[in-house]
Design a protein around this ligand. Sequence first.
Ligand code: GUN
Ligand code: ZN
Length: 438
Amino acid sequence: MTSLLLRGRTLTFLRWPDAIDDTAAFRYVEDGGLLIDNGKIVAAGAYADVAAKAVPGTRTVDHRPHLILPGFIDCHAHFPQMQVIASYGAELLEWLNKYTFPEETKFENAQHGRRIARLFLDELIRHGTTSVVAYCSVHKQSAEDFFAESHARDMLNVAGKVMMDRNAPPALTDTPKSGYDDTKALIAEWHGKGRQHVAVTPRFAITSSPAQMEMAGTLMREHPDLHMQTHLSENHAEIAFTCELYPEATDYTDVYARYGLLGPKALFGHSIHLSEREADALSDSGSVAVFCPTSNLFLGSGLFDYQRYRRREKPIRIAAATDVGGGTNYSMLRTMDEGYKVIALNGEKLNPFQSFWQLTRGNAEALSLVDRIGTLDAGTDADIVVLDARATPAMRLRMETVASLAEELFLLQTLGDDRAVREVYVSGKPAKSDLPAA
Ligand code: GUN
Ligand code: ZN
C-alpha cells in the first residue's frame, strides 16, 4: 500500500473566478484533507471526512498552517537553456544567434543532456512546478534524455524534439525527413509511456522551411491527439522576417494555419502582437496563446494583453509559462508576479484567484489535461504543492497584516519564490524534500 493522508488548508479551482469575491469559483477548506493512493487523489474535502476513509495506519503528514494546492504547471520552457538565462543585451533574433543556438549545440552529447534534464526537473520541483511543456534541442537524443529523466520521476510532462532546418548553425539543423522520422520514433518510444507526452515541435516559422512545416502538419494529421508547440508573434523583427519568408501568407498566424497547425492542442508561445484577424484565427481554432511575462520583459518583446484576449467577443484560450531561458525565473509565482505588472501596464488587473487559477486549473485546461492535473479532485493524479506564506522574514512581517485568503495568495505571488514551496508531491510521493541541497 502506498496510501498517504495530507492535512492542511486545501485550495482548488472549479472554474475561472470572475471577480475577487467569486467564491463559488474555488473550493477552500480551512482544515482540509487529501487521501492519496497509488499516485492518485482518492478523496478530498474536510479532514475529518477524508481521514474517516483512510485505512488504519495510513501515514499522515500534517502541513497545517500551510496551503495545499495542485502543483503548478509551466506551459512553455526550454530545458537546454538553463545556461542561457541571464545572457545580456540582445533582443530575440540576436539573442538566439549569439547565446541560445551555441548553447543548444551541446545537447548532441547524451551525458550533457541527461545532466541538464536532471537539474532542470530538480529546479522545477524546487519551485513547485510538477508539469512542464518543454522544448528540447534539435537532437533526438536531448528528448530521449528529457523523457528518461521525467519518466524516472513519474512526472507528467510534455516535450518535443525541436524541428529546425534553416536559419541556424549547421550543427543545429535537421531535415524535413529526419525531423519527421525522429519525432515519429519519439512518439513510438515515449508517447503514453507512463505519464509522458510527446509534442510536435517546429521551433518557429523562421527556422523551418515550407517542406518542414508540411512535415509538421503531416505529423499532426497522423497524431491529432498530440500537442503542437511553436513560437508566434514575439518580436517585431521576427514578425517582419517571417512575413518575408512566407510572402503568400496573410500574416504570421496564417503561416501556421496554412500547414494545419492551429487547433485545440496547439500552443503558441508569446502571441504578443496579434492583429484582430490573427486573434480571431486563434480563437476560432481553439488554439492557445502562451503568456511568458518574464521572457517578454527580459527580451523587450512586448506586453501580452491578457485581459483583452480573454474579454474579446471571441476569447483566446490562454496558458502561462516561464519560457526559461528567455524567461528569467523557474518560479511560476515569480512569473505571475511579473504577469500582474504586464497586465497592469495594459491598464488592467489580474486578481489573485485568477492568477492561481491560471497556474493550476487554467494551465491544465489549456493543455486539455484537466482530467489528470491542475486540481485536487478525486480521481486525478496526486501532483501537489504546499505553500508557506511566512517563508521569509519579509513575508512573515507582511503576513501580520493579511486578513483574507485573497491577500495571502497575492503576498505569495508578490514576495514568494522557491522558499515559499515547503513540499511538492509528484504522483503522491514527496519530491522536494528528497532533492539534494540547492
Ligand atoms: N523563438 C524561437 N526560438 C525561441 C526561443 O528559444 N526562445 C524564445 N523566447 N523565442 C524563440
Ligand atoms: Zn520559447
